[in-house]
Design a protein around this ligand. Structure first.
Ligand code: HEC
Length: 115
C-alpha cells in the first residue's frame, strides 16, 4: 500500500515538471525555436536579458508571464527584437499557464526545436 502511494507521488511530481515543459514546447517554440530562419529571438537570448534584470525566480516568472500576457513595446526588455521582428502577438493564454511556462524557462536551458 505504502509503495503504491509513493509511486503515485513520484508520478505526479514527474508530471508537473513535464507539464511545464509540454506547455512551453506546445506554445512558444513555433516562433522562438527556428534557428535557420528565425521569426523571433531565441530563448537563450531572452532569458539572458531577463536574468540580468530579474535574477530571482519570483521576479523573473512574474515579469515574463505578465509581459507575455500583454506584449507591450514600452515594457519590453528586448526593444531591438521588436524593431527586427515586430511586437509579439497576443496569444490568449491565461496568466496561470504563462507562469508555468516562465518557470520552465527559468529552471531549464533546453530551448531547442520541438521534441
Ligand atoms: C507568433 C509567434 C510567437 C509565439 C507563438 C511566441 N512568441 Fe514570444 N516573441 C515573438 C516575437 C516576434 C518576439 C520579438 C519581438 C518582441 O519582443 O515583441 C517575441 C518576444 C518574446 C519575449 C521578449 C519580451 C521582451 O521583454 O522584450 C518573451 C519573454 C517571449 N517572446 C515569450 C514567449 C513565450 C513564453 C511564448 C509562449 C507562451 C511565446 N513568446 C510565443 C513571437 C512569438
Amino acid at each position: 500500500m505504502k509503495k503504491g502511494i509513493l509511486l503515485i507521488m513520484l508520478l505526479l511530481s514527474g508530471l508537473s515538471a513535464n507539464e511545464n515543459r509540454m506547455l512551453f514546447y506546445g506554445n512558444c517554440i513555433a516562433c522562438h525555436g527556428e534557428i535557420r530562419k528565425p521569426s523571433a529571438p531565441h530563448f537563450a537570448e531572452i532569458k539572458g536579458y531577463y536574468m540580468l534584470k530579474y535574477p530571482t525566480k519570483e521576479a523573473f516568472v512574474e515579469k515574463m508571464s505578465k509581459w507575455v500576457f500583454r506584449p507591450n513595446e514600452k515594457t519590453a526588455q528586448l526593444p531591438h527584437a521588436i524593431k527586427k521582428y515586430r511586437l509579439m502577438p497576443f496569444l490568449s493564454i491565461d496568466l496561470d499557464t504563462l507562469e508555468k511556462i516562465a518557470t520552465y524557462i527559468y529552471e531549464n536551458n533546453d530551448f531547442m526545436i520541438a521534441l
